[in-house]
Design a protein around this ligand. Structure first.
Ligand code: TRP
Length: 430
């Protein structure tokens, strides 16, 4: 039984490095294997446009990051793995959220504030070089999360503020238009130490101190040989405290292996030997993944297909949900009944459509009423898209759509109850 939803995205602006692997990719792939979670992983390529102005780099990075996730064991059959820009409902939701977001809140976002502070310090106009894209970044990110009603969002600590903003936007929207959104929670891996880079500072693209995850073996060795150490000679005891080399080793090795290396440090292992030990340990974990990666990266068409299938799965949720949100805010057919001026209160226990996939591989939906009673249950659809289209028709046309859909319905409750529930979507003529 899937009890909660976990969602996270990676901006497609660079090449994955060891820090991404240890801090994000490895833990999320592991978590995605737990039976009780429904995971959503996506390539945040709209976000990439905020900082990258080179089309070829956005495309290459998208390919590399997709291949990395797959090579590291993400199973696209078990999770929903997609590319943000394949989901047109996301920019649509961004606008709906923009309209319930205080500008003052966005003024306080770290990334924007840092840019303004830098300009102020340089005596420039506060907004010099700041795009509206950077300013709106948190709203786009909230749309990513709220679209799928994610409960938990694994992120780096620098992203916690964005999740809090998404909660604010969800609350504002729910307050105005009824309970549509789950309030998401940030999950940070506190026990995973930040991985140091070649120079001992946090491994980060912006410090230019990264070790790319899938460089060829020889290049990996060279990079590791370049990690900063102190000047202690072979035979002199070395401190594990503050040693980038030791911390990198720890992120990959077992507890026993780590203890053994600590002992070797105390016994005065030569830095060159310690680096060789680190290299072998890293390569031991990475080599099999690298092999898969190299195969995948040579077959972009296959990755493209995987992402498109993921987008179908994602849109099976996003399309009907967006129809519901559009109705909630008043973007409605003109020939549908004008519902009461306020929709507040009613929504906390509103009827809802649930879409899911069964072990037979087919896509299903059901409609349940406010009390959770089953009203409609579909037969299997070949694709999530078809199931979503049927839901969208029911939401837009109400009971009028039932006749046309009859062959796809396995269970149908009392017509009056069904009609009443469908009317809740605000579009029924009843
Ligand atoms: N902003 C995130 C980062 O730079 C990437 C991202 C975009 C994201 N949308 C998201 C992460 C939604 C989690 C959920 O790391």
């Amino acid at each position: 039984m899937k009890t909660h939803r976990v969602l996270t995205g990676i901006t497609t602006s660079g090449t994955p490095h060891l820090g991404n692997y240890v801090g994000a990719i490895r833990p999320t792939v592991r978590a995605s294997r737990l039976a009780e979670v429904e995971s959503f992983y996506f390539l945040a390529d709209y976000h990439a446009l905020i900082k990258v102005g080179e089309p070829a780099r956005v495309q290459r990075s998208t390919l590399e990051i997709a291949a990395t996730w797959l090579a590291c064991g993400l199973d696209p059959e078990k999770v929903t793995f997609y590319r943000q820009s394949d989901i047109p409902e996301i920019p649509e939701l961004t606008w709906l959220l923009t309209c319930v977001t205080g500008k003052g809140i966005l003024n306080r976002a770290h990334a924007y504030k840092a840019a303004v502070d830098k300009n102020n310090a340089a005596g420039e106009d506060p907004d010099a070089g700041v795009t509206a894209g950077l300013f709106m970044y948190p709203v786009l990110m909230a749309a990513d999360i709220l679209m799928f009603n994610a409960h938990q969002v694994p992120v780096g600590r620098d992203q916690i503020q964005h999740i809090e903003m998404a909660r604010d936007m969800a609350s504002s929207f729910n307050h105005l238009y009824g309970e549509h959104f789950t309030l998401p929670e940030a999950v940070t891996e506190d026990h995973v130490a930040l991985l140091p880079g070649l120079d001992g500072r946090k491994m980060s693209k912006s410090y230019d101190n990264t070790i790319p995850l899938f460089v060829p073996r020889e290049q990996l060795r060279k990079l590791i040989m370049g990690i900063v150490t102190d000047s202690r000679a072979p035979g002199e005891p070395k401190s594990t405290e503050g040693s980038a080399l030791f911390q990198l080793y720890q992120a990959f090795a077992s507890a026993e292996e780590t203890t053994a290396l600590a002992r070797a440090f105390a016994d005065g292992i030569a830095w060159g030997d310690a680096k060789q030990t680190l290299f072998e340990r890293l390569d031991h974990e990475i080599a099999p993944l690298r092999e898969v990666y190299n195969q995948l990266i040579q077959d972009p068409a296959r990755i493209e297909k995987t992402l498109k299938a993921g987008a179908d799965k994602a849109r099976a949720i996003a399309t009907p949900f967006t129809a519901r949100l559009r109705a909630a805010v008043g973007l409605r057919r003109l020939d549908s009944a004008v519902s009461a001026a306020t929709t507040k209160a009613a929504k906390s226990s509103a009827p809802s459509f649930k879409q899911y996939r069964e072990s037979d591989g087919l896509f299903y939906f059901k409609l349940v009423d406010a009390g959770g009673q089953l009203l409609l249950q579909s037969t299997g659809f070949a694709s999530g898209k078809e199931a979503a289209a049927a839901i969208a028709r029911l939401q837009q046309e109400g009971s009028g759509a039932l006749d046309g859909l009859r062959s796809q319905l396995a269970t149908e409750a009392d017509p009056a109850a069904v009609a009443q529930a469908l009317a809740h979507f605000g579009l029924d003529k009843a």
